[in-house]
Design a protein around this ligand. Structure first.
Ligand code: CDP
Length: 246
């Protein structure tokens, strides 16, 4: 399916996605590219077919999360690389969930990758590429008014529920969900005062770590980041196990 649907003006081009205005007010079209970047844009490349897989994995995850009562920005998938979502005001936080120590946490704290955590850890980074998405504390979030107390506790609750569900979902296909990144957005009421918090952005092997349960083989973007090779096959394997067809 190479068809692309008609869309409005380009709003923003990011590292892995392009956002266009949707035809209907208050909607956005997310277009998933094959471009891959790592280390805050210092490493660039492509993973052939990644955009199609990430679009479909995100569709599956968002639909499943909606079913367990998590509100999301997702409306529907439109084509191989495009999905329609609600326009949101992004909360400028990267919400990182860790079940097992890996990546920057392993490096920063000198703990061996693969060390399990006693309980899931939720960390926050300020969403700012120029600053390299610095890690911040809950106190920063409240003092800087990036979110209020009530919102922050809603983010914690939703994030724990999402983690519980996704760990189970991936365990069911022999994959250990090591860590992942979420973003939330606000959808304002017509009065411009009240709003609700929804899960936004995407969920794909670009922003999580997925290790095969038997072999610990990496099935995510670390294959690209760390020059391990086989990234196309790894993304395809995740899609295949999730029952995604092309
Ligand atoms: O991935 P990296 O080592 O740079 O950072 P991390 O803090 O260990 O990342 C934890 C998880 O969040 C990984 O699954 C990353 O893929 C994801 N992440 C992301 O999607 N976007 C970011 N800007 C930072 C982390």
């Amino acid at each position: 399916m190479a068809t692309e649907i008609s869309k409005g003006d380009k709003l923003y081009e990011g590292k892995a996605k392009i956002l266009y205005k949707g035809i209907e007010t208050g909607t956005i079209i997310q277009y998933f590219k094959d471009d891959a970047t790592a280390f805050n844009n210092q490493k660039k490349g492509t993973i052939t077919g990644k955009g199609i897989i990430n679009n479909k994995v995100t569709e599956l995850v968002m639909n499943n999360l909606e079913r367990i009562g998590i509100p999301t920005h997702f409306i529907e998938r439109l084509s191989d690389r495009e999905q329609l979502v609600r326009e949101v005001d992004i909360v400028p936080l990267e919400v990182i969930v860790r079940n097992v120590v890996a990546g920057t946490m392993a490096k920063r704290l000198g703990i061996e990758e693969g060390t399990p955590l006693m309980r899931p850890l939720i960390e926050f980074s300020l969403k700012d590429d120029d600053l390299g998405d610095p890690l911040i504390a809950e106190e920063h979030i409240l003092s800087l008014d990036l979110a209020d107390d009530e919102e922050l506790s809603e983010i914690f609750d939703m994030t724990h529920q999402i983690n519980d569900f996704l760990r189970g979902m991936f365990a069911g296909i022999g994959i250990n969900l090591i860590d992942f990144k979420l973003e939330y957005g606000r959808i304002f009421d017509e009065d411009g005062i009240g709003y609700r918090l929804v899960l936004a952005d995407e969920f794909s092997p670009d922003n999580c770590r997925l290790w095969d349960m038997k072999t610990n083989e990496k099935l995510d973007k670390d294959r690209f980041r760390r020059d391990l090779g086989g990234e196309v096959e790894a993304y395809q394997e995740v899609a295949r196990r999730l029952g995604i067809t092309f």
